[in-house]
Design a protein around this ligand. Structure first.
Ligand code: KIV
Length: 273
């Protein structure tokens, strides 16, 4: 059965939700059976484009990758990130660009970063019948104002603000909220207090679900892995070894072998001038 924002939201309290990022057709196909949702994250700026942060990712990048993922996802819900400055300016701008991600990118829902300040933006998108996933805690698009990638909500004031933000997003109509780099007890409290699923990344085991970047969980990324990443298989090492084996065989002349080649009638060949 194809997951929707409605089935995703209804899973709260029933079963844990697994979300994984993907940015292309082949990888999305591999995870479609396992994942409840596939997130086309703006992390693609870093893991697909080699950028230092997510700030230079644009709408066209998101649409291009989301359309490829959407073609692959037979079962999983497809959520697409709204990139930096595609929604911050006004609820109208947010609504127009969310519409492009649905219409051109074929996403089923959008995700945007920010709390109560962006409740009007979430409301406007939801009013246009587009499901919205919130994202609070460490919000990478606010890298410069946060002063770096750090665990959020550590003071009483910051923790209270995060809880208020979660409530505001739920009230605005969000169907789920990503909690990124949040202390475990605070994520647990937010999860208890709101009626929509929380999806954690570096937010402990009490969230209603989890999300990881696929390159991180399979050891493809070379950058330093954050503490919250678990490597589920050393696929990066396997790939590196396979590339090296291929190059060695090419250089040794052992690839391609007869089984990889196409034959031709000798006589035809002899007729060539
Ligand atoms: O861009 C992304 O991949 C994300 C997840 C890490 C939550 O927003």
């Amino acid at each position: 059965m194809k997951q929707t924002a409605v089935t995703f939201r209804a899973a709260k309290g029933d079963r844990k939700l697994a979300m994984i990022t993907a940015y292309d057709y082949s990888i999305a196909r591999l995870m479609d059976d396992a994942a409840d949702a596939i997130l086309v994250g703006d992390s693609l700026g870093m893991v697909m484009m080699g950028l230092d942060d997510t700030l230079s990712v644009g709408m066209d990048d998101m649409i291009h990758h989301c359309a490829a993922v959407a073609r692959a996802a037979q079962k999983a819900l497809v959520v697409c990130d709204m990139p930096f400055m595609s929604y911050q300016i006004s609820p109208q701008q947010a609504c127009g660009n969310a519409g492009r991600l649905i219409r051109e990118g074929r996403a089923q829902a959008v995700k945007l970063e920010g709390g109560a300040d962006f409740a009007p933006h979430v409301e406007a998108i939801v009013r246009a019948s587009i499901p919205v996933m919130g994202h609070i805690g460490l919000t990478p698009q606010s890298l410069h104002s946060l002063g770096g990638y750090k665990v959020q909500g550590k003071s009483a004031e910051a923790a209270q603000k995060m809880l208020d933000d979660a409530r505001a997003l739920e009230k605005a109509g969000a169907f789920a909220i990503v909690l990124e780099c949040v202390p475990t007890p605070l994520a647990a409290r937010i999860t208890r207090e709101i009626g929509i699923p929380t999806i954690g990344i570096g937010a402990g085991p009490d969230c209603d679900g989890q999300v990881l970047v696929w390159q991180d969980m399979l050891g493809i990324t070379e950058r330093l892995s954050p503490k919250f990443v678990k490597r589920f298989a050393p696929v990066g090492d396997t790939m590196r070894a396979a590339f090296a084996a291929y190059a060695d065989e090419v250089r040794a002349g052992t690839f391609p072998g007869p089984e990889h080649c196409f034959s031709m009638d000798e006589e035809l060949l002899n007729r060539l001038y």
